[in-house]
Write a protein that binds this ligand. Structure first.
Ligand code: BT5
Length: 324
C-alpha cells in the first residue's frame, strides 16, 4: 500500500508541474480510479498540495517541508556523509537506531533522521524535546581511523560544522558554548550528543547526534525549557528550509571531520575559538562529583577546557555542564 502511494507521489514530482492523468495512473498501477483518489487524499494529508484539473489530471502545487531523502539528496554536496539516509516519520531516538545500525555494520556516513522523536535523549540520560516536523533530529554514523581518546573532539568538530551551516542558511550568528551547545542570544538552539563504539585502542564508530530547533514557535517547547531554548525561526522571523540545512550540516561535517583526521585538532581549534562564547568568561562547571567556579582560559590542543580557579590553580575539564 505504501509503495503505491510512493509511486503516485514520485510520478507527480517527476511531472514537474505538468498534469498527471488519473486514468493513466490507474492503468499503470493496476488499481481503480477510486483507489488513486484515496491515495491522493492521503498524500494531501502529509502536507502536499495537489490541484485537480478537469479532463487533464492532477498537478502537484507544493511540497511540504520534510527531511526525506528525496528532499535532502538533491541539495547534498558530499562524498560520503548522507549518501545513505534512513528516514522515519517518528521514532524513539535516532541515536538508539543508529547505535544498532552501527553494530550491524552500517557504512561511514550513514544518517538516521526522523521528523519526530518520542524519546529523544541528551547527555546523562536527560531528555531532548523533539517536536514533529519542526526541527532536525538526526544521528550520523562515522568511522574515522582514530584512537578512542580523540573521539570526544568530534563534539567540537560538529559544533563548528553546525555553526557554519546555520550561518550560511540563515544569516544568524550563533555561538558555541563548550562543549556541546550552540546558542543564539544566550538561548540553546542546538545540542550535540557524541557516542562511541570502540575497543581499547580502536574506534569502531562514532555516532554524532544532532538536534537543531528550526521552525518551532515558543509554545512548541516543553514549558520546562521555554526560558532556555530557542529556534532559528524565533530568532530570524522566518521559516527555514530544513532539508537544505541538513545538507549543509553534512557538508561541513564531512569537510571539518576530514580536516580533523588529516591535520589534527589545531585548525578546528582556531575555527572553534572564533565562534565560542565560553572563553574569557567567568563560569561555573558542574561535573558528576564536583562543581568548580573560575575563569575559562581556553581550550587545549586536545579540546579540554582550562579553568582558572579563584585560588589560582588551573584545572583541565573534560566534560561538564557550563553555566555562564
Ligand atoms: C544535548 O544534551 O544537548 C544533546 C542533545 C542531542 C539531541 C539529538 S537529536 C538527534 C539525536 N537523537 C537523540 O535522541 N539525541 C540526539 P544536554 O547537554 O544533556 O542537554 C539536555 C538539556 O537541554 C535538557 O536537560 C534540557 O534542559 C535542554 N533541552 C531539551 N530539549 C531541548 C531543545 N529542543 N532545545 C533546547 N534545549 C533543550
Amino acid at each position: 500500500n505504501i509503495s503505491i502511494k510512493e509511486k503516485i507521489l514520485s510520478t507527480l514530482i517527476n511531472a514537474k508541474g505538468e498534469p498527471v492523468s488519473g486514468q493513466k495512473l490507474a492503468d499503470e498501477l493496476h488499481i481503480s480510479r477510486t483507489m488513486i483518489w484515496k491515495h491522493l487524499k492521503s498524500i494531501e494529508e502529509d502536507g502536499y498540495v495537489i490541484e485537480a484539473i478537469k479532463k487533464k489530471g492532477y498537478i502537484l502545487q507544493s511540497i511540504p517541508d520534510l527531511v526525506t531523502p528525496e528532499q535532502i539528496l538533491p541539495k547534498l554536496n558530499t562524498k560520503q556523509l548522507g549518501r545513505n539516509i534512513d528516514y522515519y516519520t517518528s521514532c524513539t531516538s535516532t541515536q538508539i537506531i543508529a547505535a544498532d545500525k552501527a553494530r550491524q555494520g552500517a557504512s561511514h556516513g550513514t544518517v538516521i533522521i526522523s521528523e519526530e522523536q518520542t524519546a529523544g535523549k541528551g547527555r546523562l540520560e536527560r531528555s531532548w524535546d523533539s517536536t514533529a516536523n519542526k526541527g532536525i533530529w538526526m544521528s550520523v554514523i562515522i568511522r574515522p581511523n582514530i584512537s578512542p581518546e580523540f573521539a570526544a573532539q568530534f563534539t567540537l568538530v560538529s559544533a563548528v560544522a553546525i555553526n557554519q551551516a546555520i550561518q550560511e542558511v540563515t544569516n544568524l550568528t550563533p555561538q558555541i558554548k563548550w562543549p556541546n551547545d550552540i546558542l543564539i542570544n544566550g538561548k540553546k538552539v542546538t545540542g550535540i550528543l557524541t557516542e562511541l563504539q570502540a575497543d581499547m585502542d580502536i574506534v569502531h564508530s562514532i555516532i554524532i547526534g544532532i538536534g537543531v530547533n528550526v521552525n518551532q514557535e515558543l509554545s512548541a517547547f516543553d514549558e520546562s525549557i521555554q526560558n532556555i531554548a530557542t529556534s532559528l525561526k524565533m530568532e530570524n522571523g522566518e521559516e527555514v528550509d530544513r532539508s537544505l540545512l541538513v545538507a549543509k550540516i553534512l557538508y561541513y561535517l564531512e569537510k571539518y571531520g576530514d580536516l580533523y583526521v588529516e591535520k589534527g585538532f589545531e585548525p578546528i581549534k582556531i575555527l572553534w575559538e572564533s565562534h565560542n562564547c565560553t572563553i574569557g568568561k567567568r563560569i561555573r562547571a558542574t561535573m558528576l562529583r564536583e562543581t568548580l567556579e573560575g575563569v575559562a582560559l581556553g581550550i587545549t590542543k586536545d579540546g579540554v577546557l582550562e579553568l582558572r580557579l579563584d585560588s589560582g590553580e588551573i584545572r583541565g575539564i573534560y566534560s561538564a555542564d557550563i553555566h555562564l
